[in-house]
Design a protein around this ligand. Structure first.
Ligand code: ZN
Length: 292
């Protein structure tokens, strides 16, 4: 089953929800960046959130960036997402390893430690919208829950998870964002809180063989859940040899000449997908000529 996400409502529009299954996306990121288990868990969670938050944007050209700058050994994470489920991202320190606090649970919170989460929405205006919040637990889902409550005044519940096989590959991954819309009754809020508290972790449910649709439809059982939309999710990077060449062309003549004089090929690595672009000296000379 390929990765996908769903969008829906319940209780006659008082609640909206997003759910995502992101096993391949998390595994792709893990392999592409050679991530340690903690780094793979952290990035997998943020990519899952990115996919769903990207789908909250209106226009095809809108771009969402989730950025975490933190004091913990992972140092930081960046994820971008478009409204069509295309996500990409990286962590600053892919090798981070920490002892577990609870058996079988990766210590993502301490890997991030103190820091700031920025939510940047580029919707084609001169300046992008930027919302920021201090990290609460560093577990990412709780931090986003807090972000929605404080920065967007939308009571939300965010669940994100990545589960691994014994050999370190991703076994399952996914999550959901449930939001209470303005005008929702107190009854709905209380009912929802009780149900969410009683819910098992999302990766446990996925691992039991439940789909994300089943998890959310059961969560809203009796509250008229309605799934409105379903779309694919994938790790997609739009880097290319042409774009990398353009980037090199933008360097100063002096810098280019210096690289040519060194006589060694240049390797440019894409931050987002770790793809390598190699430019031999002859090609650098070509770029230099076009420089004019
Ligand atoms: Zn790339």
């Amino acid at each position: 089953m390929s990765d996908y996400m769903i969008r829906g409502t319940a209780k006659d529009g008082e609640i909206r929800f997003f759910g995502a299954f992101t096993k391949d996306t998390a595994e792709y990121a893990r392999r592409a960046h050679e991530l340690s288990p903690i780094a793979a868990a952290a990035l997998g969670r943020l990519l899952t959130a990115g996919a769903m938050m990207g789908a909250m944007m209106k226009n095809d050209d809108d771009l969402l960036t989730l950025k975490i700058d933190c004091d913990g050994p992972i140092k930081g994470l960046v994820v971008t997402a478009d409204p069509k489920g295309r996500v990409k991202g990286y962590v600053r320190n892919p090798d981070v390893v920490l002892p577990s606090k609870k058996p079988g649970k990766l210590n993502v919170g301490d890997a991030l430690d103190l820091g700031v989460l920025s939510v940047i929405r580029d919707v084609g205006l001169k300046e992008p919208y930027v919302g920021q919040t201090i990290l609460q637990t560093g577990e990412i889902a709780e931090d986003l829950t807090y972000y929605f409550a404080t920065s967007e005044q939308t009571p939300s519940s965010v669940a994100l998870g990545v589960l691994f096989e014994k050999d370190g590959t991703v076994k399952t991954a996914g999550g959901f964002i449930v939001q209470v819309m303005p005008g929702a009754s107190d009854e709905t809020l209380t009912e929802l809180e009780e149900r969410l508290t009683a819910l098992k972790p999302v990766t446990t449910l996925l691992d039991e063989g439940k789909t994300i649709e089943a998890i959310l439809t059961e969560l809203f059982d009796g509250m008229e859940p309605e799934i409105l939309d379903r779309m694919p999710v994938a790790f997609v990077c739009n880097c290319s040899r042409e774009k990398t060449e353009e980037m090199l062309s933008a360097l100063s003549k002096a810098d280019l000449q210096e690289m040519i004089d060194e006589g060694k090929e240049i390797e440019v690595v894409c931050h987002f997908c770790s793809k390598k672009y190699v430019f031999p000296v002859e090609e650098l000379s070509e770029i230099m000529k076009k420089h004019g």
